[in-house]
Design a protein around this ligand. Structure first.
Ligand code: 3H9
Length: 693
């Protein structure tokens, strides 16, 4: 199949681009499109040209797999410049998603006709880039600098309707996009006027309110949090408003190349492919048909259960929420309604959409009402006996083939499954709080879980907008097991001389949204206190805080002090005194601790644990671990996840540092894993070290 096909009908050339699956602008497609469009341009039997795409979408962007490799001509900018110079009307017929370079291609045309379900956007910022083929200049020319700034810095696509309101789309097609685009092109050709390329439409850009643009830019810059791409997007849009067209294009190119060569974009591109790779699970081929999930049941209407129920309803799935008594159920449903209300008041959800979602909920205090559910997930207390009891009750009522899921964060899913008569249908579904917001879903594959159940969970995750990673059974699975390793040295660091605020600042400087002590205060110190007690463990400082009634934000005191009802942490001298006294009691000499030491003693053990997780086969690949950490715990995207970061630092450096701390402290957490040692010795990536025995 050729990448581009041209047909001529009533003097209109229809050029159809075809590069499955998403019509990414690979070299072959650029070359094919260039030749086809040049031929249509030079053909005297053609009065106008329509560019459309085969398959499920219009061009979804440049081919990301070609990034970082030498560019083969024609490059996308040359292709767009050629289209823009055509004197016959050119029309982009857009269905599916016109994204990135795809939208830039459409901006090179004189007109854009879109299917009513189409989405248009410039998501390059999510790859650590900016639109590099004229998007930061042509879009502001068409829709105004301020509207363009929002679209480019957020990277979020908009609907065809919105694009029409913005003036980005000229016509929304009814049922037959291509025919309507052809008719539109005919009408334009018949007008006999020379069509005006976007670069010549200067009215909108010249009317830019520069002060308002700068105010909006300052707001976006404030939220950039160390990422380079949003700042470059701002600069490029500012250039569009202040420089001549070609100078703005040239500046855009320079910014694009700088970002492309930078570490941040490399990390973000890694995450793009890692997310897709994670859906490819060994033993779960495309031949396995997922089970149909028409209705879901959620047991427990607390924070976790309510969040999971909302996540399911957000994916359009009717949810039956089951609680122990009518009061708890009413409270749970009221919280859900309140949460949707907040989204409406913030403008992120319409009242109609919120009402539609609320209509998907039904409540019950009777397990028998779960009989028609295809997927039942429990979010009850983290206790094996309680889990056994809940699954015995579920089993008694669930229909054959229903998927039974536990939202446990730590417990042995094999043991939960073993106590049921339906081990094949049982799976772990570890959501992250708040479950309606956090994108990660750890799908825990127990020994007996049916591959069909895993395939169904992957399909469900996609449907409800979650990023899924399939993991094996161990204490804490991938995320919480590594979190424990990250936190193992925190107490020691405090005793030896660091302060909570110093450690949190080091984490913030690294790019985390929140440091570990702010996170502990948010979650409640009593949770880890209870866990420690259950395991016979102690933590001198954290235990003393709990004993003093300092349980975190909920008591307005924890590692920090909080003003009533507020979430801003304030340094509390009492905590400082408590830490110093504890250190004295424990006989620990305090000294200055550097930021570097904090990173080495928190991040490196976590990387080490990740490597052990790989060795044990709990995670399939290093990039799966990166996805867990970026989407579940806020690991900075600009660093690509812990395992990517480790590899960019150099595995040999990680091994040497771990070994040094192992020698200094004698603690097992620092003993380098054999995978790391092996990868360093053989100078291999973690993936290669795993596969090349
Ligand atoms: C850009 O355009 C830069 C320009 O400004 C400047 C240039 C000079 N390239 O997501 P899916 C693959 S930057 C290569 O599962 P969906 C993907 O890896 C680009 N490959 O499908 C997967 O492969 P596999 C700006 C790509 O239906 C397969 O296609 N554009 C690309 O859930 C299916 O993908 C973007 O950032 C690509 N651009 O979602 C848009 N895109 O099957 C990126 C996808 O082997 N793409 N693949 O795992 C998307 O957001 C989604 O793919 C899309 C479809 C919404 C289009």
């Amino acid at each position: 199949m050729s990448v581009s096909t041209t047909t001529i009908e009533n003097r209109i050339a229809l050029v159809v681009l075809d590069n499955p699956p998403v019509n990414a602008l690979s070299h072959a497609l650029r070359d094919g499109a260039y030749k086809a469009l040049e031929a249509a341009r030079d053909n005297d039997d053609v009065d106008a040209i329509v560019i459309a795409c085969a398959g499920r979408t219009f061009v979804a962007g440049a081919d990301i797999t070609e990034f970082g490799k030498p560019m083969q001509a024609p490059d996308l900018r040359a292709l767009i410049a050629m289209i823009e110079a055509i004197k016959k009307p050119t029309v982009a017929a857009i269905h599916g998603t016109a994204l990135g370079g795809g939208l830039e291609l459409a901006l090179g045309c004189h007109f854009r006709v879109a299917d009513r379900a189409a989405k248009l956007g410039l998501p390059e910022v999510k790859l650590g880039l900016l639109p590099g083929a004229g998007g930061t200049v042509r879009l502001p020319y068409l829709v105004g600098a301020q509207a363009a700034l929002g679209l480019i810095v957020s990277g979020t696509p908009i609907s065809a309707q919105k694009a029409h309101e913005f003036g980005l789309v000229d016509l929304i097609a009814g049922d037959d996009l291509v025919q309507e685009a052809m008719a539109f092109a005919t009408a334009k050709a018949q007008q006999g006027l020379a069509p005006q390329p976007v670069r010549d439409r200067r009215d909108t850009i010249e009317a830019t309110d520069l002060a308002a643009l700068e105010a909006a830019a300052a707001e976006f810059a404030r939220k950039a949090r160390g990422l380079h791409a949003p700042l470059a997007c701002i600069e490029a849009v500012r250039n569009a408003a202040t420089l001549p067209f070609d100078a703005a294009l040239a500046a855009e190119r320079d910014l694009f190349v700088t970002l492309m060569e930078g570490e941040q974009s490399r990390a973000q591109r890694h995450l793009f492919f890692a997310e897709r790779e994670a859906t490819k699970v060994p033993g779960i081929g495309r031949d396995i048909t997922p089970r149909d999930i028409k209705r879901a049941g959620v047991i427990g209407a607390g924070t976790m259960g309510g969040g999971i129920a909302m996540a399911l309803a957000n994916g359009g799935i009717p949810v039956r929420l089951v609680e122990m008594n009518a009061d708890a159920l009413a409270r749970g449903l009221a919280t859900i309604e309140k949460n949707y209300g907040i989204s409406v008041s913030r403008g992120s959800l319409t009242q109609d959409a919120a009402s539609q979602r609320m209509a998907l909920f039904s409540g019950s205090t009777d397990y028998a009402d779960l009989g028609d559910c295809d997927f039942i997930v429990e979010a009850v207390f983290e206790d094996m006996a309680v889990k056994h009891e809940v699954f015995a009750r579920i089993e008694a009522v669930a229909k054959p083939g229903a998927i039974l899921a536990t939202n446990t964060s730590y417990l042995d899913v094999n043991a939960i499954a073993a106590a049921t008569g339906r081990a094949r249908d049982l799976v772990g579904a570890h959501f992250f709080s708040p479950a309606n917001v956090m994108r990660l879903l750890e799908i825990v594959r127990a020994e007996k879980t049916d591959p069909e159940v895993i395939a169904s969970m992957l399909a469900l995750a996609k449907r409800i907008g979650k990023v899924a990673v399939v993991v094996g059974v161990c204490h804490g699975f991938v995320g919480n097991r590594m979190l424990a390793a990250r936190g193992a040295e925190l107490e020691a660091l405090l005793l030896e001389g660091a302060s909570p605020q110093q450690i949190d600042q080091v984490f913030a400087d690294f790019g985390w949204p929140m440091g570990p002590f702010q996170m502990l205060d948010l979650a409640g110190l009593d949770i880890s206190w209870r866990n420690r007690k259950a395991q016979g463990k102690t933590a001198a400082i954290a235990d003393a805080l709990c004993e003093a009634g300092r349980l975190g934000q909920k008591t307005a005191k924890g590692f920090y002090r909080y003003e009533s009802g507020a979430r801003t942490p304030h340094v509390d001298p009492e905590v400082d005194t408590l830490i110093r006294e504890t250190a004295r009691r424990e006989g620990v000499d305090r000294r200055d601790i550097t930021a570097e030491e904090i990173i080495e003693r928190t991040l490196y053990p976590m990387i080490n644990e990740g490597a052990k997780i790989l060795e044990e086969g709990i995670a399939t690949r290093a990039s799966d671990i990166d996805i867990v950490w970026v989407h579940g715990y806020g690991f900075p995207v600009a660093k690509g996840g812990p395992m990517f970061y480790a590899q960019s630092l150099g595995i040999d450096q990680i091994v040497a540092t771990l070994a040094r701390w192992h020698e200094t402290t004698g603690r097992a957490i620092f003993a380098p894993s054999s995978l790391l040692v092996d990868a360093a010795r053989r100078k291999l990536s973690l993936a290669d070290a795993l596969t090349r025995s």
